[in-house]
Design a protein around this ligand. Structure first.
Ligand SMILES: Nc1ncnc2c1ncn2[C@@H]1O[C@H](COP(=O)(O)OP(=O)(O)O)[C@@H](O)[C@H]1O
Ligand SMILES: [Mg+2]
Length: 261
């Protein structure tokens, strides 16, 4: 018996969503609502495919850069044609609820924010991945205690649905389709965020040092056969090897040449 390429992948066993609340779609049109496992784990659901891949890529790069992100998961739902694997964002506990489109409310949080440099580091990731959707509601704010025991708030990034490889190749940093990422940077000063070049450059250095083998082994392999085929994974790794560093350089160039927060 010969082993086909697909049989190299073990059949995955993923959290099974046994009850759903599709009406509880929190925002966007891709949102499939809330799903719950039998024993009470809760996920915000979205389709799989390249959207699911984009959510994993964004979260894993954030982790590599030390930025808290939401936990991406493959989950199984009961579709019309049987079980279907989709993207689930495991719901974070202790989210601080407030009107995230209100600058005044952000100001008071920012005064007590332990990781506000995350905005500058995340800009490096968003520009590299062509993510044009980093508006103020695509952050979670959680009450936290820092390592000195001081209470305050922590930022956690979410929602990479519009980033590479949902759109492949990645959008050029200065040619975004939607203005949300750049618009948000214009409010930084008002909200008490100072652009931090060191955090930005340091994230750029981390991203450009991530080799295509990292993308392949750490991110895409567990998704192959579920959200994408192995030939699609190969195409993404080729783009990463040939274009990622150019994309990082374009991100730096776009900030160094005046279009900066
Ligand atoms: N892991 C999570 N924990 C808590 N809340 C979440 C989580 N993921 C998403 N949300 C909430 O759901 C909203 C929509 O999720 P998001 O990923 O931004 O989807 P959309 O593509 O619909 O904008 C977020 O703004 C946030 O309030
Ligand atoms: Mg969103």
């Amino acid at each position: 018996m010969t082993l086909s390429a697909s049989s190299l992948f073990l059949p995955g066993i993923y959290p099974l969503i046994t009850s759903r609340d599709p009406l509880q779609t929190l925002t966007g049109k891709d949102n499939l609502g809330m799903g719950y496992t039998e024993h009470g784990e809760q996920y915000m659901l979205k389709p799989g495919g390249m959207l699911g891949v984009a959510e994993f890529v964004g979260a894993r790069i954030s982790e590599a850069c030390g930025i808290p992100a939401c936990q991406p998961t493959i989950v199984t739902i009961q579709g019309i044609n049987g079980p279907e694997h989709v993207f689930g964002s495991r719901i974070e506990s202790g989210v601080h609820k407030f009107d995230q489109s209100n600058p005044r409310q952000w100001q008071s949080i920012m005064n007590l924010c332990h990781n506000r440099r995350a905005f500058s580091a995340m800009l490096a990731i968003d520009l590299t991945l062509g993510n044009d959707d980093r508006h103020w509601r695509n952050w979670l704010v959680q009450p936290t205690t820092n390592h000195h025991g001081v209470q305050g708030f922590g930022l956690r990034a979410l929602d990479f649905s519009r980033a590479w490889p949902r759109r492949h190749p990645a959008l050029h940093p200065l040619r975004h389709e939607a203005p949300a990422t750049w618009n948000a940077t214009r409010n930084w000063e008002l909200l008490g965020v100072t652009f931090d070049w060191i955090a930005f450059y340091s994230a750029c250095a981390t991203i450009s040092a991530l080799p295509a083998t990292w993308l392949s082994r750490s991110v895409l392999t567990p998704l192959t056969g579920v959200f994408l085929t192995s030939s699609q994974a190969d195409v993404l790794c080729q783009w990463w090897a040939s274009s990622l560093q150019t994309q990082v350089i374009e991100a730096i160039y776009s900030l160094e040449n005046g279009v900066r927060p």
